[in-house]
Design a protein around this ligand. Structure first.
Ligand code: MIC
Ligand code: SF4
Length: 639
């Protein structure tokens, strides 16, 4: 039987396990990346593991999220990460060098290799045929130390593209179309391979927009073949030597095949507050727009920015609209400056922000009260922009500019003739913002620079066989990690200070939760389906751990969050009978009985309100040991 692209890479990196859907497999990891919002914790964990030097082929520490520096906290964290990188053998991408995924695609990604990153959009590198996955910081720390990355062997989905995108329709619309088809949970447990004749019409940055947003489907990752288009991109980046061709076998078997005809797609938008709430620009035209933001790891490539500049050239944005443009990397910004496109953007009335995540994670540029904000980003969860009642729509750069020009949601096809842009043959290569590590010899005497914002890792306790806890919070379907542990300018600087962060846990849903959990001492959270979708932030598990959460019972879980819960020593459990969700209420007193035996059997008994409920779990032997030890850190250290 033939293999898919992902199966080939998995086969080449398999350390243990069988490549059977649903089985746990261990993979050798070639590259890792971290960003600063998850990085500080990941490096503290790496230090705690106690390995003096990273053992990957390449590890990069990026600074791109926490660049506001409104107090000492971010700057201290940056210094800490820089000192760790120098000592432990990582490259350090300075603030301003760009968004991790954009820079990694440009400068470091290699087709056929494995990459894990402490950021859920790590699959962006699937645009050049890398098997790239988002993971919790602790999993990245273990991989940096040469340890395996464990996943459940995914199903294989294939999206067959035919045709060619019509003028004003772009890769973002392909992402939104697949979200319309599959929903935010349709990709859970699957790797999505993109193929068919249509992919030959898509450049690497367009492919990367699509693999980036595969994260919103809940997919393990998304991947394109590595072909002539990949080779040209890598050569233009001066990295032609890392090119290897990669394609699936003609007789590869897929669990599901989805056909999309690119020629039939229209400009689409994801409406508030979910990336799969899709409508067309035609349907939504005429809605007044207050703010437009262009950038993020989804749409900040040179190609996107040149298109934006060409559309804005010689025009003025509507007086009522505030437009921000954040190029994805220093390479993009500097090339925009060299060719004059930056002046065209500025002359239109746009604000140019630094090459960082910025508004995407609520780091400034929050919309006005109840404001309508059109963003070329990948997530529009409630409150993520920093304005609780903002109405955020996810759009392509074309819809963004068309709407910024008119002040209303506008179908770009009504703008007239399409503006073709020309891509340069070679990118401008300047890695001066990447600081190299010290040699092993020099590294020995180098200090690690810690600021006062770094607080100790929460205390973990070995698992108990009987857990008595309060049902402190009951929430619904599709709870995101932005609900569990919000980000944004006010909170993000405290990612290395779990006690402080804990005050904001679930604040979007219930401001009293944190206090109630502390009072209850031991809590269980009950959730609906796809609990923990969204980011890879392990803080959404570490903070509940600090607050005394012992288990989360849900209808289903998102992949990375379930792994983060286990890494934190918290039990993720699912209802055997989803209707049982209805019969549990906040403040019920819950007992999980015979937990150890139940974990082995895959079924744990819950007692509540004088009734018995059956909860399912399918932990591997390794996961049971991690949970019993009180989390991955204790397990890895052998405590
Ligand atoms: C996000 O887009 O939500 C983030 C911020 O990049 C997160 C990481 C984090 O919370 O630090 C992600 O996607 O994993
Ligand atoms: Fe940064 Fe936004 Fe991308 Fe997350 S989704 S890495 S916050 S740009």
């Amino acid at each position: 039987m033939g293999l898919t692209i992902a199966q080939k890479i998995i086969k080449n990196h398999l350390i243990s396990g069988e490549m059977k859907v649903g089985e746990e497999i261990a993979l050798r990891i070639d590259q890792t990346l971290t960003q600063d919002a998850t990085g500080t914790m990941a490096y503290l964990e790496f230090e705690a593991i106690g390995i003096p030097r990273v053992r990957t082929k390449l590890s990069v520490a990026y600074i791109d999220h926490n660049t506001l520096q409104s107090g000492f906290e971010n700057a201290d964290d940056h210094r800490y990460i820089q000192s760790v990188a120098k000592k432990f053998g990582l490259r350090f991408s300075r603030p301003g060098n760009g968004i991790c995924h954009q820079v990694h695609l440009e400068r470091f990604g290699v087709p056929g290799m494995t990459l894990i990153g402490s950021d859920s959009h790590t699959p962006t590198a699937g645009g050049i045929g890398m098997l790239a996955m988002g993971a919790g910081g602790l999993d990245v720390a273990v991989a940096m130390g040469g340890g395996a990355y464990y996943i459940t062997m995914p199903k294989m989905f294939k999206v067959n593209l035919t045709g060619k995108l019509r003028p004003w329709v772009s890769a973002k619309d392909v992402s939104l179309e697949i979200l319309r088809i599959l929903s935010v949970k349709g990709g859970v447990g699957a790797i999505i391979e993109w193929g068919g004749e249509g992919i030959k019409t898509l450049s690497v940055p367009e492919r990367a927009t699509i693999t980036n947003m595969g994260t919103e489907l809940g997919a393990t990752t998304s991947i394109f073949p590595s072909d002539e288009i990949t080779r040209e991109f890598l050569e233009a980046q001066g990295r032609g030597d890392v090119y290897v061709p990669l394609e699936s076998d003609p007789d590869a078997v897929y669990d599901r095949i989805i056909d999309i005809n690119l020629s039939e797609l229209k400009p689409l938008l994801a409406c508030p507050h979910s990336p799969d709430n899709i409508k067309s620009a035609e349907e939504l035209k005429g809605i007044k727009v207050d703010q437009v933001c262009i950038g993020s790891c989804t749409n900040s490539s040179l190609r996107d920015m040149l298109k934006v500049a060409a559309m804005l050239k010689g025009k003025k944005i509507d007086d009522s609209v505030s437009l921000s443009v954040s190029p994805g990397s220093k390479q993009v910004l500097s090339m925009l400056a060299d060719c004059g496109a930056l002046s065209d953007i500025l002359a239109s009335g746009a604000r140019v922000l630094e090459c960082a995540c910025g508004p995407c994670i609520g780091m400034g540029f929050s919309p006005n009260s109840a404001g309508v904000s059109l963003r070329t980003f990948n997530r529009n969860f409630e409150g993520r922009s920093g304005t609780k009642d903002a109405q955020v729509y996810l759009v392509s750069p074309e819809v963004a500019v068309a709407s910024a020009l008119t002040g209303y949601i506008t179908d770009p096809r009504t703008l007239g003739d399409y503006i073709e842009i020309e891509m340069p043959d070679a990118f401008k290569i300047d890695d001066s913002a990447v600081v190299l590590p010290a040699s092993e010899e020099e590294a020995k005497d180098l200090p690690i620079l810690r600021g006062p914002n770094i607080k100790p890792f929460p205390t973990t306790y070995p698992l108990e066989n009987e857990i008595n806890a309060n049902l402190t919070l009951k929430v619904g379907d599709n709870i995101t990690t932005d609900h569990i542990m919000p980000a944004g300018a006010k909170i993000l600087p405290y990612r290395s200070n779990i006690p402080f962060l804990s005050k904001f846990c679930f604040a979007v849903c219930d401001e009293t939760f944190a206090q109630r959990a502390l009072e209850a001492k031991q809590s269980i959270i009950v959730g609906g389906s796809n609990y923990g979708q969204g980011s890879s932030r392990e803080h959404a598990a570490l903070v509940p751990l600090y607050l005394g959460v012992k288990a989360v019972i849900a209808k289903s879980f998102a992949r990375i969050h379930a792994a983060n819960l286990i890494n934190a020593g918290i039990l993720p459990l699912t209802f055997t009978n989803p209707e049982d969700y209805e019969s549990l209420s906040q403040d019920d007193k819950l007992t999980l009985e015979n937990v150890f035996e139940g974990m082995e059997k895959g079924e744990i008994t819950l007692k509540a309100n004088g009734k018995e409920y059956k909860l399912a779990c399918s932990y591997t032997k390794r996961q049971i040991d991690i949970l019993k030890a009180g989390g991955l850190l204790a397990y890895t250290k052998g405590e």
